[in-house]
Design a protein around this ligand. Structure first.
Ligand SMILES: Nc1ncnc2c1ncn2[C@@H]1O[C@H](COP(=O)(O)OP(=O)(O)OP(=O)(O)O)[C@@H](O)[C@H]1O
Ligand SMILES: [Mg+2]
Length: 414
């Protein structure tokens, strides 16, 4: 069976610490005319080449990406050449900035908007860091706040508030290298937090104020929205892998068994364990397997997850955004599947917490049932925003322009 050419497809590559997920989507007509994304190919492969979201072994990373992409291509019966790729890691930094320009012709043009965003992003950043995103939060026109599309308005002064995201050049370059070694071009590098948020949030939540917590294997990515715009992003170095290693140490069992036990029997809150059946745990070395209770397993898991939510709470206070999240918290990522995690998060964060599953896609049901696919789906939605047709949100249109420039710059440095 011959494979189709792919120029019109949307392709996402979520290169995570635990797995790579490659998705191929196509745009289908929807009643409101903006188009919906139908996923026609999904491929996953376990990942061993990343630590805390950052490439540490090129060969392993390339191998996992290749396997995931091939599986997605096989399912979609097409060959892909470019993808939107997610990036995260402790090297990611974010800050809010403001820029101002005078309006010479008394009416704001698109060039004025570009100029004010450029002014807002003209900050000194360390030499090893590079700008990944400049996301407009809102514009202020002659003192009037909360404006999302100032083009065409009469004014003498335009101010832009933006959220800037930077990452180390080497981390981005290594990711580029791995993807390109698989014969793919990186269409855009997108912050994983922004992608996951796109996939799980409703416009109302973004408006009211919400915090998305994407708990993966290596990192926990946080994004706070309010008034329809991004306010804060952060990366927390505590996630599922640490829970697994706690179990491995506490029960003296190899990591792969600890991982299986966690997924099959794990619970974030000991008091929620109903069936306290005994679990057989293989030991290391010659020691015979032992039997341990689910209650004990939950008692090992709880402290690490509680530490994670305390860290998140501290970070929200540090960034002065805790009071913005009237819409509560949305938890997504693979660890969101742990029974009792929503209850534990509610207890520690003292806000309403819900599970975030990816929406706004169709085609493969498995995707919309798993929080581990939120980043991949978000990257597809991001790719959709970059298409010239259909409606675009203010922020993403601009992100595209800026991310595009940055990628061009980055590529020139290889
Ligand atoms: N059913 C489950 N119950 C509890 N934990 C789970 C379950 N399924 C997966 N996990 C955990 O989720 C984590 C992987 O999540 P995810 O696939 O979102 O990570 P990733 O995107 O590869 O990593 P990262 O985003 O940190 O780079 C692992 O720690 C895994 O043990
Ligand atoms: Mg992830």
């Amino acid at each position: 069976m011959s494979r189709r050419a792919t120029a019109e497809y949307l392709v996402s590559l979520d290169v995570g610490t635990s797995k790579v997920a490659a998705m191929i989507g196509e745009l289908v007509a929807s009643p409101n005319g903006t188009g919906r994304v139908r996923v026609i190919g999904l491929g996953t492969a376990p990942m061993r080449g990343l630590k805390k979201g950052v490439v540490v072994n090129i060969e392993h990373t390339v191998d996992s990406i290749r396997r995931a992409v091939e599986a997605a291509e096989l399912m979609a019966n097409c060959r892909v050449r470019a993808a939107h790729v997610g990036i995260t890691g402790s090297h990611i930094k974010s800050l809010n900035s403001v820029g101002v320009v005078p309006i010479r012709h008394r009416e704001i043009s698109e060039r004025d908007v570009e100029a004010v965003i450029e002014a807002a992003s003209a900050l000194a950043i360390p030499a090893d860091q590079q700008v990944l995103h400049v996301v407009p939060q809102e514009y202020v026109v002659d003192g009037q706040e909360g404006i999302h599309d100032p083009v065409g308005m009469s004014a003498v002064r335009l101010e832009a508030k933006v959220h800037m995201v930077t990452g180390t050049l080497s981390a981005a370059q290594n990711l580029y290298k791995c993807v390109e070694r698989c014969g793919l071009t990186v269409e855009k590098l997108v912050l994983q937090h922004l992608a996951s948020s796109d996939a799980v949030l409703s416009p109302d939540e973004r408006d009211l104020g919400v915090c998305v917590i994407d708990i993966g294997g290596g990192t926990t990515d946080i994004a706070v929205f309010k008034g329809g715009s991004i306010r804060h992003t952060a990366v927390v170095p505590i996630a599922g892998d640490l829970v697994t290693s706690d179990i491995a140490v506490a029960f003296r069992t190899p990591a792969q068994h600890a991982e299986q036990i966690k997924i099959k029997y794990g619970c974030a809150l000991p008091e929620l364990v109903q069936n306290d059946a005994l679990i057989e745990v293989p030991s290391v070395g010659e020691t015979p397997p032992r039997r341990l209770s689910r209650q004990m397993l939950a008692e090992v898991m709880r402290p690490r997850l509680e530490e994670l939510f305390r860290y998140v709470r501290k970070e929200l206070h540090r960034a002065d955004v805790y009071d913005l999240i009237a819409g509560g918290v949305v938890i997504t990522g693979g660890v969101a599947q742990t029974p009792g995690i929503l209850e534990l998060a509610e207890e520690v964060l003292e806000v309403a917490v819900r599970l975030g599953l990816p929406h706004d896609v169709e085609g493969i049901e498995e995707i919309t049932r798993s929080p581990a696919y939120s980043t991949g789906v978000g990257l597809l939605l991001f790719a959709k925003q970059q298409k010239p047709v259909g409606t675009r949100s203010l922020s993403h249109a601009s992100v595209g322009n800026w991310a595009g420039k940055v990628q061009g710059w980055l590529k020139g440095h290889f």
